[in-house]
Design a protein around this ligand. Structure first.
Ligand SMILES: Cc1ncc(COP(=O)(O)O)c(C=O)c1O
Length: 400
């Protein structure tokens, strides 16, 4: 296990006056605070002490039923008792690691991928097979190559508005991936916390709906209700589902009954459907402000993702421009982002990349922050060019 580099950055970010594009958390303004007050009363009236009692590991039955209905509207068929409730989707990822990974097993992950997944899997000592990606996410041929030559325990993928890149796998690639895992009888873990945060464009079908027997699907209420309640869920083929329950039993017995009861009311009472558009209207202008500022200020050697939803934009510049070192220069100018190299399972990759979050900052501040980051990068580029010109002048040998 290693301490998360992002947590170290987030400590600095907490300093007063810092503009943070580094976090990965929802805006507090997105939480339905008043509603939660009212729902608390409803929950206590409706469920009484059952909302405060120990409960089944599988989950609070009214929440399982509400989620099964909701998944149905998203093209995923599930009976209520097939939906297992977890302590956030992070709880699912840890359980998956514990259940499936023995030291030396191959696990295929996108590069870059969600850092929390690497943190959940790595203690079980897998050997990562990295899958290549481009602006449309995972390149299916890269998955095919791995599946041809390796027996992988599972493939881990965030196909929609990925963390850290914001990229989404287009329909044609989803079809290819679904066909590949079926042909190779492989197991895929589809982590889907962001698909409901769609600001424009048409929804894409989940991989779970395309290859149900080969996909463990996990999602969460963290981005559409509140992450502090720690309510996630997972839908897995048998016998994995049964074993996930046994693994969870040993970890926390069950997810907080009270949180689950609140979540059940939030969904079944139609509150999620009414509140979600407000979250989208809140985030959309923030994302648009970031995309516009990148267009206006960023050096032309950079290119960046232009997602239709989610919480992140991924910018890629030349490797020579070390975003890890420059993050410190930016922090001195009171702007923080996460250098991209931390999201790669292997060392030495993504040196010129960065993850930019826009959910926590208002549009004028985002614009200002991007302007400052661009300035720091330009200064570094011209300093490097100055160095090159100087070394050419002095016979080409760069000073130590
Ligand atoms: C891709 C991905 N998976 C899982 C999680 C964990 O979410 P939670 O445990 O709050 O459901 C996150 C959180 O940021 C995420 O980005």
């Amino acid at each position: 296990m290693g301490a998360s580099a992002i947590r170290e950055i987030l400590k600095v970010v907490a300093q007063p006056g810092m503009i943070s594009l580094a976090g990965g958390i929802p805006a507090p303004e997105s939480f339905p605070l008043e509603l939660i007050g009212a729902l608390t009363e409803t929950v206590l009236t409706r469920f009484g002490s059952a909302a405060l009692q120990y409960d089944r590991t599988e989950g609070f039955a009214p929440l399982q039923a509400a989620l099964a209905d909701r998944l149905g509207t998203r093209g995923i068929q599930a009976a209520a008792d097939e939906v297992l409730i977890t302590s956030g989707s992070q709880g699912t990822l840890d359980a998956i690691g514990k259940l499936l990974i023995a030291p030396g097993d191959s696990v295929a992950v996108e590069a870059p991928t969600y850092l929390g997944a690497l943190q959940a899997f790595s203690p079980y000592e897998p050997e990562y097979q990295t899958l290549e990606t481009d602006d449309d996410g995972l390149i299916p041929e890269s998955l095919e190559e791995v599946l041809k030559h390796k027996r992988v325990k599972f493939i881990y993928l965030v196909p929609t508005f990925q963390n850290p890149t914001g990229r989404s796998l287009p329909l044609s690639r989803r079809r290819k991936v679904a066909a590949l895992i079926q042909r190779h009888d492989a197991l895929l873990v589809e982590d889907d916390p962001y698909s409901e945060l769609r600001y424009r464009g048409e929804p894409l079908p989940s991989l779970k709906s395309m290859a149900p027997g080969h996909v463990v699907y996990t999602s969460t209420l963290s981005k559409v209700l509140a992450p502090g309640l720690r309510v996630g869920y997972v839908l897995a083929p048998e016998p994995i589902a049964r074993w996930l329950v046994i693994v969870k039993q040993g970890v926390d017995l069950h997810t907080s009954t009270f949180s689950q009861a609140l979540a059940a009311e939030y969904i079944a009472g139609g509150h999620l459907d009414r509140h979600l558009p407000k979250i989208l209207d809140f985030y959309r202008p923030r994302q648009e402000a970031m995309l516009a500022a990148l267009d206006e200020y960023f050096p032309r050697e950079f290119h960046w993702s232009k997602p239709d939803g989610g919480m992140f934009i991924w910018a890629e510049g030349p490797d020579a421009l070390n975003t890890d070192e420059l993050a410190h220069a930016c922090i001195r100018r009171c702007v923080a982002y996460v250098p991209g190299r931390y999201f790669y399972p292997g060392a030495g990759q993504g040196l010129g990349t960065m993850r930019l979050n826009y959910t926590m900052t208002d549009p004028p501040t985002i614009r200002n922050a991007i302007r400052i980051v661009a300035e720091v990068f330009r200064e570094a580029q011209s300093a490097a060019r100055g160095g090159e010109a100087q070394s050419a002048e002095y016979g080409g040998a760069a000073p130590g």
